[in-house]
Design a protein around this ligand. Structure first.
Ligand code: SAM
Length: 365
């Protein structure tokens, strides 16, 4: 359902500033050369800004406009614009992004109705599988603290749920000492740089999971080709490896789709928590999801966790961004009134590197 009433749309001036900022800051930081090159020209083009104005006031127009164009190109059509997309052009042969704008403009205006419908009806929602490189050592840390118990895992905001299948992927960490985990022949292989002086915790070959589920406001159905295509369309065209990883992870997940319960963590977490087997080590986790929950509602998530901790220890693992390319991994442990917080790691927001810390508990504020 399209969401914005026209009166709520952004003005051309606001949109121009958003595209300028996206082109000058976000796109270069994320190695999105094509979008960085297109943004200044879009910001100066009234026709294209009018198309981008279909975006809901709560959604980022650049991601939606670029996503809608990419989504259409992903149907395999032969269009001159495709030559500028590294994920669509033959390997290493993408055309110079500095010459893309006339083709981009022509494509958007030719497909205007479809693009406006996509912009008005879709949301920006990704699933970064590479973040599993940060989850794995954190789960190993929890398993080490509760050696008698299998894990029960509940993810808040799993999007398509691809990170719930973290134990079906293979891992390699490169650093002063290298570490490997999982099946080296699994279709999804994740590599991360290990930074700093502290080794990862031991990664036992077997990390049994007794139960797992996701709780998601807007579940992405990985068995639905159209939803998968939109997920793919939101990945920058230059991130060819991410496209390949997503395709491989979708294939893995389609064999055994993750259980994702539609719902809002601020109201539905307590009820889902009651399903976790009581004899398992319950670990709730969220990666780049809590920043979307308004501060005043976060307390309800905390209350559900504290409530569950009256019956059993509950771990809560959060990975949230503290800078454009930088995140921190904190582990909370709640048990009958006790609450400790451990700063487990600093890491890249997309899990490309991780710096494990000594794991000294700090007191909650
Ligand atoms: C930026 S995505 C991150 C997805 C995934 N965790 C990852 O790291 O790739 C944030 C996800 O959190 C979900 N979300 C936001 N608020 C939520 C809430 N109150 N309850 C459940 N899910 C929520 C969004 O719908 C979205 O799928």
């Amino acid at each position: 359902m399209p969401w914005p009433a026209p009166a709520e749309r952004r003005s051309p001036g606001q949109l121009a500033r958003i595209f300028q900022r996206f082109g000058a800051r976000e796109a270069p930081q994320l190695s999105a050369r094509l979008y960085a090159a297109l943004c200044p020209a879009i910001a100066a083009d009234d026709d294209l800004l009018a198309v981008a104005a279909s975006a809901s006031p709560t959604q980022p127009p650049p991601n939606l406009l670029f996503g809608a164009v990419h989504y259409l190109l992903l149907d395999g059509r032969h269009d001159p614009l495709s030559a500028f997309y590294p994920d669509l052009a033959p390997t290493g042969s993408a055309a110079d992004p500095l010459h893309a704008f006339p083709h981009f403009r022509d494509f958007v205006l030719r497909n205007r109705t479809q693009i406006e419908t996509l912009i008005a009806g879709r949301r920006v929602q990704t699933n970064v599988i590479q973040r599993c490189t940060c989850l794995l050592p954190a789960f190993a840390h929890v398993a080490d603290a509760a050696p008698e118990h299998a894990l029960a895992l509940l993810e808040i905001g799993p999007s398509a749920g691809l990170n719930l299948a973290w134990d079906r992927y293979g891992y390699r960490y490169h650093g002063a000492t290298d570490a490997r985990w999982g099946d080296p022949s699994a279709p999804v292989q994740l590599d991360a740089e290990l930074r700093g002086a502290v080794d990862l915790p031991p990664l036992p070959a077997n990390l049994p999971v007794a139960w797992r589920a996701g709780l998601e406001l807007h579940p992405v159905d990985i068995t639905n080709d159209d939803q998968v295509r939109w997920l793919r369309a939101l990945i920058w065209p230059e991130h060819v490896e991410r496209h390949q990883r997503l395709a491989a992870a979708i294939a893995v997940a389609r064999q055994r789709p993750p259980r994702i319960v539609p719902g809002d963590a601020t109201t539905d977490l307590a009820s889902l928590l009651t399903e976790a087997p009581i004899d398992a080590a319950l670990c709730v986790f969220a990666t780049h999801a809590l920043y979307q929950v308004p501060d005043e509602c976060r307390q309800r998530i905390d209350a559900a966790l504290q409530n569950a901790a009256q019956l059993r220890p509950v771990w809560f693992l959060s990975m949230e961004g503290t800078g454009p390319d930088y995140s921190q991994l904190f582990l909370h442990r709640c048990a009958s009134g006790d609450h400790t917080i451990t700063h487990l790691a600093d890491c890249n927001a997309h899990g490309r590197w991780i710096e494990w810390r000594a794991g000294r508990p700090i007191l909650p504020s």
